[in-house]
Write a protein that binds this ligand. Sequence first.
Ligand code: DAH
Length: 340
Amino acid sequence: MEKKIKALQEKMEEALGSVRSKEELAEFWQSYLGKKGSIADLMKGLGAVPKEDRPAMGKVINEFKLQVEEKYQNLRSKLEELELEARNKSEQVDITMPAVRRSMGTLHPITITKNEMIDVFSGMGFEVFEGPEIEDDDHNFTRLNVAKNHPARDTQDTFYVAEDILLRTQTSPGQIRVMDSQKPPIKVLVPGRVFRSDSDATHSPMFHQMEGLVVDKGITLCDLQGMLDKFVQAIFGNDIRTRLRPSYFPFTEPSVEVDVSCFECGGRGCSLCKGTGWIEVLGGGVVHQKVLENCGIDPNVYSGFAFGIGIERIAMLKYGINNISLFYENDLRFLKQFKD
Ligand code: DAH
């Protein structure tokens, strides 16, 4: 028996010496320390040993078992250490390497300008209303006091979708829709896309406008000017002044064109203001009595003012952009320059 143990010990040492992986170590365990392993076999063989020798023999086998277990454990710890080392090595990160940059999108300059305008007006109590881009002739023209044969229709080159159905040429039909659905006092903004068959460096077949409408008792042109002063100062700077010029729109009476003092030259005259010192920014006026009547509002009780601002125009002035088509080309070199 002792010889058998000695032989087994040699075999065990050899086997252990050739273990290189956890899998091989598990195999080693099975064949020596497992239930059907060599040591269990030795234990079974004890039955054949003379009774008086059995305790001593059992002790020898036990000691051998402990020895194998200890070697097994040592090797296991060593293998785990090596494994961890290898993993650490393979997962090493070079913290001096430049990081991968993720480029962030930005809002479109038209959206930035629109939001800024809404911010200014909502600070004065305006709410935002949105009307449909496909309108009927009635809302876009007739009820705004532009009758079927009115010459003003020629100034807005209209895209018709069907008879009496068109792509809105202005956000002004939003006024009608608001007055149809709300009673005064009214204070709304109607931002949105508008469409005209027109195209050059400062005109595009699709562009954006922001309509404003205030209807209440005792509203006058002075209210319009006071409020627009605040608006242009918020957008272009505190020292900006406004000037109203008489104009004509069918839905306002009186009608005005609003100029701002040139923020480039301070009013002395430059290429931006074409030497005049003033830049035209929007149209507006006192809501025509007929428009109020068309919406069931009594012009003897209520009055109002309205205005329409081209969002592209404001953005072009604000950012010094000289061609409107830049807004629609999606050129990242252009778009990346605008941060909210
Ligand atoms: N709708 C006009 C246009 O597109 C702009 C305008 C002028 C709107 C006067 C108004 C206004 O509300 O009162 O040219």
